[in-house]
Write a protein that binds this ligand. Sequence first.
Ligand SMILES: *[C@@H]1O[C@H](CO)[C@@H](O)[C@H](O)[C@H]1NC(C)=O
Ligand SMILES: *[C@@H]1O[C@H](CO)[C@@H](O)[C@H](O)[C@H]1NC(C)=O
Ligand SMILES: *[C@@H]1O[C@H](CO)[C@@H](O)[C@H](O)[C@H]1NC(C)=O
Ligand SMILES: *[C@@H]1O[C@H](CO)[C@@H](O)[C@H](O)[C@H]1NC(C)=O
Ligand SMILES: [Zn+2]
Length: 960
Amino acid sequence: MGKGYYISRHLATAAMVLAAIALLTIIALSVVYNREKSKNAAKLTNATTLPVPPTPKTSNEPWDKYRLPDTLSPEYYNVTLWPRLVKNAIGMYIFTGVSGVMFTCVKKTDLILIHSNKLNLTLFKGHHAKLTAQSGVTAPAIKTTWFQRETQYLVIQLEGKLKPGKSYWLYTEFTGELADDLEGFYRSEYTEDGEKKIIAITQMQGTYARKAFPCFDEPGMKAVFHITLIHDLEKTALSNSQEIKTENVIINGTQVARTIFGPTKKMSTYLIAFVVSDFRFISVKDKKGVLVRIWARKKAIDDGQGDYALKITQPILEFFEKYYNTSYPLSKSDQIALPDFNSGAMENWGLVTYRETALLYDSRTSANGNKQRILTVVSHELAHMWFGNLVTLKWWNDLWLNEGFASYVEYLGADYAEPTWNMKEQIILYDLQSAFAVDGLTSSHPLSRKEEEVNTPSEISEMFNTISYSKGAAVLKMLSEFLTEPVFAKGLGNYLKQFAFGSSVYTDLWDHLQKAVDQTPGMKLPHSVHEIMNRWILQMGFPVITIDTRTGNVSQKHFLLEPQAVVERKSEFNYEWFVPIKWMKKHQVQDQLWLLQKSDLHNPMKVSKNEWVLANLNMSGYFRVNYDLGNWERLISQLESDHQVIPVVNRAQILDDAFNLARASFINITLALRTTKYLLRERQYIPWEAALRNLNYFFQLFDRSEVYGAMQVYLKKQIKPLFEYFETISSNWTRVPSGHTDQFTQIISLSLACSTGVEGCRELTRSWFKKWMQNPHNNTIHPNLRSTVYCNAIAGGGAEEWNFGWQMFQKATVAAEAVKLRSALACTKVPWLLNRYLEYTMNPEKIRKQDATSTIGYIASNIIGQPLAWDFVRANWDYFFKMYGTGSFSFSRLISDITYRFCTPFELSQLKRFQKDNAETGFGSGTQALQQAIEKTTAKIKWLAENKEPVLQWFLSEAA
Ligand SMILES: *[C@@H]1O[C@H](CO)[C@@H](O)[C@H](O)[C@H]1NC(C)=O
Ligand SMILES: *[C@@H]1O[C@H](CO)[C@@H](O)[C@H](O)[C@H]1NC(C)=O
Ligand SMILES: *[C@@H]1O[C@H](CO)[C@@H](O)[C@H](O)[C@H]1NC(C)=O
Ligand SMILES: *[C@@H]1O[C@H](CO)[C@@H](O)[C@H](O)[C@H]1NC(C)=O
Ligand SMILES: [Zn+2]
């Protein structure tokens, strides 16, 4: 699955606090995969009741195990489905289907287990299926059939045994609900030209194919699928393979169309997709005859919103063909943008589904960041067409390899399609540093899990998390860099060749990479690929490497954000890693070193007093670096005298490492603060973004204390040159900077300058907004800058600005524009406006239910809004609990959003009291978030007690 649209709260709040909501659009690119799926996981309902299954208490029966037995193997399916896009007589949307599966018996058995969930199966002579044999044998009669609800099986017991080596045909007919539940075969609704339209679409990953038709629903159970869809004449049907023909037929007196698709390649059930819609498309044929199409609502296609995706798809496919040394495995590539698609994107083989903001680009209203998001999501999904789809990991415990891999190579594909965008560098912001933030907690977990630990649908859903995506990407990048890219690509290509159309486990990839290493003359690793990688994937966390340049001593330690935290999870490797260290001495890149023990002497790292050492060059490794004080001093003076000597990625690294080392008490906070002094001369995006995220931590700790004033003065001084720089190169804000990431930096300059009060900034943004207010039909504010401008104008204005923003929000037709306005409305400093806005969140006609909790979150990140939001949620606790409390992901976000700024003993006592007062109602899916809020607040109180004074003194001395 693709990365989702969820903005990590940490990052989103950084943007908000700095009144830099424009960053939301950049930050939305971030790591955070979509957890929508997990909230609906394992919601089992009663299957058809007949007949009552035998349910022994402590059962060891095969149908009580979540994994299929190894007795049967599917060859192909014939599936015909007919979704009804109008309600039936009892007001329900349904689909009907017939499906057969040809399977081979591998081991003698008198039992067939096949997944089926929420389908009503037709009875044939009292049984839910028909079984026939292929020529030469007769199929045993069916003894009994039933549904095993917990494990989602249709269980078929036979009178006699199936014969190994023989094939059988299992046939079913069924009805299912075409619900709007985002799982399996489901419906989605949207409005076009005032008319409500309904489309039928699918989301099978991880365990929902069984909700569309009975199937052996495990990724390793690959088969060929012959799919047929029945639909209204004026609709179009799509599936994984190309349509062979559409014919008009009459079924039960109704004129309908029947679209028959060619057989798929051998593939996993979770990658199946069907769509019935009245969407339009644009297309090209590439040099090799592969048909590339982009599908969307008619209006979006007519507007040219699919053009960018079409333009980049070809180069990206071309890149991956070369990189994997394997042709694109299919004859066509469809990509479709769905209104109201809840996950980010899904890599169905040959028919990738996206939410609209991940595929459609509207040059008039979309920001540059929106465009980059499309590039990376498309690249991510197309990378899966080989890695994941052609070769599939046998079971979900290896999901990290599938998603980590796509999350790494998406940057390579994106870089090929947009070579001037510096895409490869951005991985450090959106994956490495984000993974560090989670993986430095004691509650983290190892990348790889044992196969037998992942069984139930909810255990499978849990695998889709930041660790799998972002840490997976980070360690694979490290592996590719210490092997070198040609060796990595060679091993990868051979792996794909061996397992094409089949499935594998992660050690198969290590085997092929090891072979590639062995075949490379002169290449030597200190240990095998297996041994090196085991330490990164079988134990959680990562090391901080400490280099003492006085002695050349290099040592490692498990990095924990909470230094006193107790690590309960044991590791067979004692939290030690084999660490490849790329590094440089002043001006000179050195040979890579390996740290293979807890501590080691590396003489070359001993340097004289006028040299410095910088390790983890270009952040190719997944670790943080600390130095002796003298070396820190020399790095800081290098930054201040000529920062360009240090690679741009490492400037971001120094900032992020220093702040996190300070939070974890490895170094003094003032040392970390001093790494921001050179920013006066920094013009690049990556270091600024890294700095901004860390300064955010300070904002929310200090913006209600006396530190705030001095901090503002300091930051104003730091941002002013950047603001003036962009003022100049954009000819007084009339031209868009030509560099891609410069456009991101420009947003940072504007938002930070306005929030710290750089002269001219607020006047500027307000005048743009005023102009729009005078001519509402002609918004001349550049899309890149809209979020910042809206927020600043509304923050500086009163009811008039707010009401205008509200009107524009209600009229907005492009989703991205509506989000920008909805978050900007939370920027006002006027309490009654904020309170009224809070009230709106309880009125679905004003704020859609799905947007209510995030709107409260926006308000809570406003310093004035925070106490109002806290009171509001407490006062309406029963309402919110009833609405969102059970099982929804947004509820835990709500709790962490409204408590995010808490850092005083008084706030802690309020929190505890709140916990006590509502113990009876409970906290549902927010239970953990509340507990974390109490822990985090406690930790912040402690940190502040030790650090507030030095921080204040430092800012005062710098502000002077
Ligand atoms: C399932 O069946 C049980 C027993 O008949 C019933 O109590 C329960 O409400 C049913 N659950 C659903 C989701 O239909
Ligand atoms: C399944 O469909 C294919 C393609 O239409 C057809 O050739 C085959 O005979 C069908 N198999 C069965 C058992 O109906
Ligand atoms: C399946 O059967 C149940 C019980 O008879 C019924 O309530 C439900 O509506 C049926 N579903 C469909 C899609 O027909
Ligand atoms: C045709 O109509 C009959 C009677 O309404 C119904 O029982 C049957 O299931 C229908 N067939 C299909 C394929 O929908
Ligand atoms: Zn993915």
